[in-house]
Write a protein that binds this ligand. Structure first.
Ligand SMILES: *[C@@H]1O[C@H](CO)[C@@H](O)[C@H](O)[C@H]1NC(C)=O
Ligand SMILES: *[C@@H]1O[C@H](CO)[C@@H](O)[C@H](O)[C@H]1NC(C)=O
Ligand SMILES: *[C@@H]1O[C@H](CO)[C@@H](O)[C@H](O)[C@H]1NC(C)=O
Ligand SMILES: *[C@@H]1O[C@H](CO)[C@@H](O)[C@H](O)[C@H]1NC(C)=O
Length: 480
């Protein structure tokens, strides 16, 4: 049965620097009261199913009937005919945990009875039992197991059983009716014990395994993985349940400590969705660091990369028009460009926009016809504004880059003397638009997955932009 949950994706850049430093999460999932209400319905349906399977053990004993002496009895084949949950509630106990309570429930049980008495022999019949006012309170503790996985355990469970009434039919049923109080009390105790057992096993066999399907690390591609271990126990607040994930990209070949801290994440006071996924800049910046280190932001552009219809080629015949000394020094020579960012480019979340201002170094070489060596010609520094679009689909966060401003060039070093770099700007802009952006976007297109437990699928998306808080919020529905 598909369940639809509405969640939001928030991109947060918290400016406050007063954090706990390295232990701040890069990623927080908040399940709001609305989300918990949804979880309650799902949980109650599961619990109800489990409670209906309570295996009530056979019950036997004996009692003294004044003039008749001792009578032994047996109640067998006890079967829960129905377990009705009339009221259920899930409440948040800030700083402590979650309480689930089921009250005013009704159980009906049927079975067979048998009594044995020396001179009357064995008699048997059937009985129906109804139990009113069954109430169960379960206190759940949510934690983290030390390896970054979530845990759930029942801290305390109390239950009470209200009124039990038993109707026995058959010959000699009047004997049992004399003792119905004692039998009812015995059954009450058995039920309480069984309910507690079901609650405990449901938590350990349904809830905890489900939570443990949350991924701790996910591999993105050959280069990077993402660490989704919990950096702390899920926090219960009056708003909901906040689960802090590390949200850190790491290099698959070699993992080194990230030289910057995750900023503190403060979630906005929003509660109209069932869940909010808050992603801080940290996630994107650790990704940038890993791909930068792996050389995935270094580009070599050769003449064969420029389309035939492009009027200017990476050739001294072509560029000589812009840099006259080039044609003189290296007549009829192909050129090659190496582009690399000066440092890992970081994304910045500003109200309504995600931007990046990379500084690229561009080294130009002449490919000498008579040698395998390249002759370094000049080095440029290029600055630009890039605007990034973040989106979510199928449980993955995707990004795409679009040029925000034209490249601004500056001559850093030249082996061929001074020339006017402004004249090169349109050529380099062309290479950026037709070679670099498409290549980066092809990488970002795959995106990275959100930490979702088993059988959770995202199925719709809506983006909202919030101010003045730096926050992009996406509306997602998912099924589980
Ligand atoms: C009660 O006992 C009588 C005689 O032993 C028998 O005929 C009758 O069927 C019994 N009734 C039930 C409900 O067992
Ligand atoms: C990327 O290019 C820069 C500049 O040429 C170089 O220093 C760096 O080592 C390159 N990175 C990788 C991983 O190849
Ligand atoms: C977002 O960036 C674009 C391009 O730089 C700019 O035109 C726009 O005004 C920015 N929007 C906001 C809300 O700052
Ligand atoms: C290669 O050609 C360049 C320019 O044509 C010239 O200056 C250089 O001396 C040549 N080098 C060798 C090793 O022939």
């Amino acid at each position: 049965r598909p369940y639809c949950v509405v969640v939001a994706l928030l991109l947060l850049a918290e400016v406050s620097r007063l954090g706990e430093g390295a232990s701040n999460p890069g990623f927080v999932v908040r399940i709001t009261r609305k989300g918990l209400e949804y979880a309650r319905q799902y949980g109650m349906a599961t619990l109800k199913k489990e409670l209906s399977t309570i295996n009530v053990p056979d019950l036997s004993g004996s009692f003294e009937v004044g003039w008749m002496g001792s009578v032994s009895y047996e109640f067998k084949s006890l079967r829960i005919r129905s377990f009705q949950i009339r009221n259920s509630d899930l409440s948040l106990l800030p700083g402590r945990g979650v309480r689930a309570s089921l009250s005013n429930n009704y159980v009906s049980i049927s079975g067979n009875w048998k009594v044995k008495k020396a001179f009357i022999g064995k008699k048997r019949g059937t009985f129906d039992l109804s139990v009113d006012g069954v109430s169960i309170s379960i206190y759940l503790n949510l934690g983290e197991d030390g390896t970054g996985r979530p845990t759930a355990s029942v801290a305390h469970c109390s239950n009470s059983v209200g009124h039990v009434s038993i109707h026995v039919s058959g010959n000699l049923s009047w004997i049992l009716n004399l003792f119905h109080r004692r039998i009812e009390n015995k059954l009450k105790d058995i039920l309480k014990q069984e309910i507690w057992e079901i609650v405990r096993t449901s938590t350990s066999s349904h809830l905890e395994p489900y939570l443990r399907t949350l991924p701790v690390t996910l591999m993105i591609d050959q280069v990077a993985g993402i660490d989704y271990s919990l950096v702390g126990a899920p926090q219960v607040t009056s708003q909901g349940l906040d689960t802090p994930f590390k949200g850190e990209f790491f290099g698959r070949s070699q993992r080194s400590p990230v030289p910057f801290d995750a900023p503190p994440i403060r979630l906005p006071q929003q509660h109209d969705r069932m869940a909010y996924f808050a992603v801080s800049q940290y996630v994107f910046n650790t990704a940038s660091r890993v791909y930068h280190q792996a050389g995935h932001m270094n580009f070599t552009i050769r003449n064969e990369d420029s389309p035939l219809d492009f009027p200017i080629h990476l050739h001294t015949k072509s560029l000589g028009a812009v840099i006259p000394q080039l044609a003189r020094l290296y007549p009829n020579t192909e050129l090659e460009l190496e582009m690399s960012p000066e440092s890992a480019p970081f994304l910045m979340f500003t109200p309504g926009n995600v931007t990046c201002m990379p500084v690229m170094n561009i080294q130009a070489f002449a490919l000498l016809p008579n040698s395998s060596n390249r002759k370094p010609l000049f080095q440029l520094r290029a600055r630009t504004d890039i605007s990034a679009t973040i989106s979510v689909s199928s449980g993955r966060v995707h990004g795409s880059l679009t040029p925000g401003s034209k490249l601004k060039l500056e001559l850093k070093h030249s082996n061929i003397g001074f020339f006017n770099v402004q004249l090169l700007e349109s050529i380099f802009n062309y290479y950026a638009s037709y070679i670099i952006y498409p290549s980066l976007n092809a990488k970002f297109e795959k995106g990275f997955p959100l930490p979702l437990p088993r059988d959770t699928y995202l199925n719709s998306l809506e983006l909202q932009v919030h101010k003045p808080k730096v926050l992009v919020s996406a509306l997602i529905g998912f099924l589980f």
